[in-house]
Design a protein around this ligand. Structure first.
Ligand SMILES: [Mn+2]
Length: 391
């Protein structure tokens, strides 16, 4: 049992019940670094099996009812059939992630490429992704561009921004009324000198030019070391332009480790800004964008979902009235103490109670291990080609 005041425990539990965390299809597939992909037994061989694994995460956590697809990694002949498969397993298809970075044509960029034919091809893919959203019932199109240059003088900055703006506008015009475009930014890599969408300011400017249904997505691993990500959260929330998160952890660059593993305090500070702005259930997409290169994949995704839940629970425990009183009084130490008091609370008993209330096992990882699911798929998924990067 949690030792929180009953009314506090109830308020936090109600908010946590409503939370939704989207897992990513590619997290269930083989992945690695540019040096080596270590294959794991039982890994899905096609999008149907990836969705089956995502459904297992939802079955044990109760808060991960949707799975993001990546096109073409999750290309199928019949997306409506894939959506039906997902529904039968108790989940839905979520965000559609476009891929304009794995084709030889995109060596000098996709939508910013100097060659109009390559730009045309990239835009056609983005529009194909909206066609897929229509079939899957997905709300969000997520765009990340690897576009950039490696050397000063290689291409013209403003010309490339113009090409990017044109491609975004054409894709945005194709969206349905209920669909959104989420524009992701990343500091560097694969381009090493200039990246065409390197930061939240660039993404924000493009989204403002496009309209209300274009919003910025924050991938927590896409910043310079030391960046105050919660400040970016606050700025985008204030501007009504925060569309969602790609959660993961990083120690160095875009490490794509489990969210909350490298810096759980940062995750808490991010969720604190969301809770403070009362944006937990207002349409911001909370997505995982991770790769599990060494660790068992399904269990790692469950751990990640639990980490987001724990950070959210702690953020919900911040005493906003006490925080504001301390801030208004200029009491630096008390304001900090109010925040740290919430962060240092052990929310695991509360989460166990919540899961029991929802009819779930209080310990999702132990329950998953006991279920024998991994042993079952290891035995079943023999032969064929395992899914992985670019597969
Ligand atoms: Mn991402």
């Amino acid at each position: 049992m949690s030792d929180l005041a009953p009314e506090t425990a109830t308020r936090v539990s109600v908010a946590l019940r409503a939370q939704r965390i989207e897992t990513a299809s590619w997290a269930y597939a083989n992945s690695g670094t540019r040096f080596k992909v270590f294959a794991q037994e039982g890994v899905p061989r096609d999008p149907y099996e990836k969705i089956a694994d995502a459904a297992v995460v939802h079955r044990f956590t109760g808060v991960a009812p949707s799975v993001a697809l990546h096109i073409p990694w999750d290309k199928v002949d019949d997306y409506a059939d894939l959506a039906r498969h997902a529904r039968e397993l108790g989940v839905v298809l979520g965000t559609i992630n476009a891929n304009v970075f794995q084709d030889d044509d995109y060596k000098l960029g996709s939508v910013t490429n100097p060659d109009p034919a390559v730009r045309r091809k990239a835009i056609a893919h983005l529009i194909e992704c909206v066609d897929i959203m229509d079939a899957t019932g997905s709300r969000d199109l997520k765009l990340w561009f690897s576009d950039g240059t490696n050397y000063p003088g290689q291409d013209d900055v403003r010309t490339r921004q113009g090409r990017l703006a044109d491609a975004l506008a054409e894709t945005y015009a194709r969206l349905g009324d209920q669909q959104r475009m989420l524009l992701e930014y990343k500091l560097f890599e694969p381009a090493f000198y200039l990246t065409d969408v390197p930061d939240w300011g660039t993404a924000y400017l493009h989204c403002v030019a496009l309209g209300d249904r274009a919003q910025v997505v924050i991938d927590t691993g896409h910043h310079a070391p030391g960046t105050n990500i919660e400040f970016i959260v606050a700025m985008l929330v204030r501007a009504g332009k925060l569309g969602g998160f790609d959660f993961n952890s990083r120690f160095y660059a875009d490490d794509d480790l489990m969210v909350g593993s490298a810096d759980p305090f940062q995750l808490f500070r991010i969720m604190h800004e969301i809770v403070l702005a009362d944006e937990l259930d207002k349409g911001i997409a909370f997505m995982l964008d991770q790769c599990h290169n060494l660790e068992p994949k399904i269990q790692a995704v469950i751990r990640s979902v639990l980490n987001v839940q724990e950070a959210t629970a702690k953020a919900l425990l911040v005493d906003h009235a006490a925080l504001k009183a301390a801030q208004d009084a200029g009491d630096v130490l008390e304001a900090n103490a109010v925040l740290m008091d919430a962060y240092n609370t052990d929310v695991r008993p509360l989460l166990r109670d919540l899961r029991a209330d929802l009819g779930l096992d209080p310990d999702p990882i132990a329950a998953y291990k006991r279920s024998g699911y991994l042993e079952k798929v290891k035995a079943e998924r023999v032969g064929g080609t395992q899914a992985g990067w670019g597969a």
